[in-house]
Write a protein that binds this ligand. Sequence first.
Ligand code: SF4
Ligand code: SF4
Length: 699
Amino acid sequence: MKIEYQKPWFLKPKLSQPQTNVIINNNYTISLTFRVDKTYKKDNKIGFFGIPGKNFGISYDYEVDLFVFEYWTKKNDEDEKFHCHVYDCINDKALIKGLNITLTYDGHSYKLYNDFKLFDTIINSDPIVDDYVNEPIYLGCHNMDSLNDKHKCITEMDVYHFSVFSKSLDVKTIENLVTNHSYFLNSAEYDDNYCYYDLSNSSGDEFLLYDGVKDLTFLKKKNKMSSVGFEVIKDKLDAVGCGFCLAKWTQVTMHLHNGTTHSCHHPEPHKVGLEEIKNNPTALHNSKLKKQARKQMLSNERPKECQYCWNVEDNSSSFSDRVYKSSEPWSEPYYNEISKSDWRENYNPKYVEVSFSNTCNFKCAYCGPEYSSKWMEEINEHGAYNLSFTYNGIDRMVERNTKPYKQSEQNPYVDAFWEWFPELYGTLDTFRITGGEPLLSKDTWKVLDYIINTETPNKNLKLSINSNLGIPDELVDKLIDKLDKIIKEDKVKELIIFTSCEGFGKQAEYTRFGMDFNKLFHNIDKILTKLPRVTIVVMSTFNIFSIFSYEQLIKKIHKMKIKHFNTKRYWNSAIILDTSYLRHPPFLSFRILKDYITTDYFDRWIKYMKFNSTFRSLNFHKTQEKSDVGFSTQEIEKIIRLKDIFVSDMSKDINEFAQHKKDFYDFVNEYEKRRNYKCVEFYPELIQFIKNIENENKI
Ligand code: SF4
Ligand code: SF4
């Protein structure tokens, strides 16, 4: 079997097996037969098998032409200790020819064999570091996800045999077991075997290889997103203009509750004039301002409102959202028609988000009166929060004429939407209803009825609805009823419900004021049980209040993934954790904890999620099996991003977040007065943090 460069394989036990790494036991044997051709793509130092974190495994260092075995130990309160053993008896020529390396450990000594001949014995009784406990064993690298390129040690290689035994075996037995399949099946060591892969005749084209003999484990291929496709799209966009982005035509978020619109989330929403929508309801998307931006994009200019993307393009080597959004299936196919279009023309978007009303039964700490009527009531009664700036005041809304219409008022923007919708509906790829709480808006039900009753359904539509799922039971039942009809009559291609949660239990309820955590998960369970084709995405705006209970949330979601697994969905996971991080307001950001907590939290979650990961992308159509249910690369990478931000903050000035911390302090005190929620009762973990702020500010 061939392992490609940057696509290592890893060993994962079946869910029914203990989810720990065999090397934490004091007795085992690992045997690998492999070959690395001189033409193969590889790093300067390459890993054959390894366990991420603090490196464990065998590798070859081309810079010094030495074969290496390394591991870390930790004894009681002593510091962690790195052990590195180098050998010149295995060289480049041996790698090209192919060899078997076997490692055994009996609790007192490691023994290393080259083609079943002992070449070293290393005495060690100290326990290895905890890092290895929940990590899989990789083949073809050491530490794929390391932030330090030198620690990754990636290689292309041929693998002929890989087996792991839960016992330190003698070399004659190992040789018989590895080289003779039928000997293995009849041997006494069969029961001690954890996995046995004879890969000499496998092409490795499969994404997944089961251990067909023991049915205990499987090998998965780790896919790295290829950037080739994005480079092609970027070239195509740049050929039209340096600021050309298809999303300016294909995507829109319309806040009908206050008459504002924007293409993607990055540019600030702008108000659409009433006179604009009077004769042209599509101005909800094709506004005068947006047409000016399109004109610039077609004339090799960069519109100012898209500064978010220009920052990424000018200050990093990453692709900006201009490239990602233009590569989407709702953008890319329209490249030709859009690039040749006249900027004055109206264009029907393919990806539409719409908010009909700000009516909401919650008032989440990070939300505000623009999106929540409950927040509006509080601000009308008590005024804005007086921090170092005015938080959640309504003056700017009054100034910009963006105060939301009340649900009871006639809203001309909603009227314009309904005038346009029959024409728009047929060409939509994705339609997502947001809020406020959409299930408290009559227009949401009108959309569902429209889809149920229309005689010309858009069967390719991907329909999504946001909901806090904290609404009365009758509304949840009504939703299930309507969606059931839509699904049974095949009216749409895909259905997703987006809900939100940023922590576990009481700690989640503090931030999302109005939430009942148990009710939320009861409703999630009910929907996934009654609607087996629906996927639920839990959007998590990770914030300062998330950190102490996030692990429990991750574990809860993993359990739900397993419980509701089926093969009927368009998305292959019943429930997805989509972690973003809160930027505004900055005083609720987790970043202000930078000198208060360590990265251990993130490390634990990443480890757990990686160990319980799935190898397929979330919308991969091919059926997967229950034992393969887990977190996707995207779900895990979003947590890794949190850690990266936190790590980079740690090297910054200690006073970096001083003002935000003081604002946090003032906010939670005012929150307590207005809502009778005492922060330290929900978060005893923050008592010292709050005391520190008092000391720093001499309060
Ligand atoms: S260029 Fe960037 S900010 Fe502008 S519409 Fe495209 S994705 Fe959004
Ligand atoms: S549920 Fe949504 S709209 Fe309502 S307050 Fe929370 S974040 Fe805002």
